[in-house]
Ligand binder design. Structure first.
Ligand code: CU
Length: 322
């Protein structure tokens, strides 16, 4: 039924070992693709700040967040999870973009085993995936989360315009090393917020070790795919010195809001935020989780809007900056 078409890498930097097999299925003029995605779970030491401080984390593909998966609405995801034989824990994956059986597809698997399943990405938007194994609080907060973007089958149009730049921002928790699963669940031992795996990842103002910022040219439409992987708390996402031009709840083009300042993003939820900077001058924004204990413990990202913005940043494989 599915005709093998060709092979290419999905977001080459993000998906280290995952490969993507494209198949074309023509049914009544509708073209869907089957995308093969493989993700390996690795328990390993990972740097959680710009100074290179490492902690023992649990990861998808050794990175926090895990590989960015991007498909189009209607595509079939042919997925395989591998729990590395060197791991100690059972792990699993829960794709919020999938409609399946929690007891089947999302079951936990032991080290040295694999689990394969398929699902069709029926709803457009930006979705989290995460580990659902016991204790879910510990597995998520140790880094087991990532993002799947499902681009709408209708593509871009006047009400869902094509962005000039795109960035993925994922917030996750940081706990003291050695915090028990019960304490993590209740928030004891909480230290701060990781943005794409590091505190103040893109904030050289608050962290002299930060080397990256988000960038755009004045007047460009910048689209932020924001996912909140904090286990217990909502994020209050706000662009300091700016206004969200449009916000799409869950990233679905049908759920549009205009001209918002601060938007609550529930735990394990995602939204799309567009910002358009003034076109006649260079400006900077600080994209923050406006809960002060979040912002001041890591959840600030600088967006620089200037003529010298690097042409490749916010495009292609540079929408999730490692
Ligand atoms: Cu896990």
């Amino acid at each position: 039924m599915f005709k093998k078409h060709n092979q290419r890498e999905i977001v080459k930097k993000a998906l280290v070992t995952a490969t993507l097999t494209l198949s074309i299925l023509a049914t009544g003029g509708v073209v869907a693709e089957t995308l093969k995605v493989n993700i390996n779970v690795k328990e390993k030491d990972v740097a959680i700040d710009n100074a290179g401080t490492v902690l023992p984390m649990w990861t998808y593909e050794g990175e926090i967040p895990g590989p960015l998966v991007r498909v189009k609405q209607g595509d079939i995801v042919d997925f395989t999870l591998t729990n590395d034989p060197a791991n100690k824990q059972s792990h699993s994956i829960d794709f919020h973009a999938a409609r399946v059986d929690v007891l089947d597809e999302f079951e936990s698997i032991k080290p040295g085993t694999t689990k394969s399943f398929t699902f069709r990405a029926d709803y457009p938007g930006v979705f989290i995936y995460h580990c659902g194994s016991e204790s879910m609080a510990e597995h998520i907060s140790r880094g087991m989360y990532g993002v799947i973007i499902v681009d709408p089958e209708d593509g871009y149009n006047k009400s869902f315009p094509k962005p000039d730049r795109e960035y993925v921002l994922v917030q996750g928790d940081l706990f003291e090393a050695g915090t028990s699963a019960d304490d993590i669940k209740m928030g004891t031992g909480w230290k701060g917020v990781l943005v794409n795996g590091k505190q103040f990842h893109y904030d050289p103002v608050n962290d002299p070790n930060a080397t990256q910022t988000l960038e755009s040219k004045p007047g460009e439409r910048v689209r932020i795919y924001f996912v909140n992987a904090l286990i217990n708390e909502a994020a209050a996402f706000h662009p300091i010195a700016g206004i969200w031009e449009r916000v799409w709840d869950n990233g679905n083009p049908k759920n549009v809001s205009w001209g918002l300042q601060t938007v609550e993003v529930a735990p394990a939820h995602g939204m799309i935020f567009d910002i358009v900077s003034p076109s006649d001058r260079a400006t900077n924004n600080a994209l923050v989780d406006h809960r002060m204990k979040h912002a001041l413990n890591g959840a600030i990202s600088v967006l620089m809007n200037h003529e010298d913005a690097a042409p490749g940043i916010g495009r292609g494989d540079q929408i999730l900056l490692r």
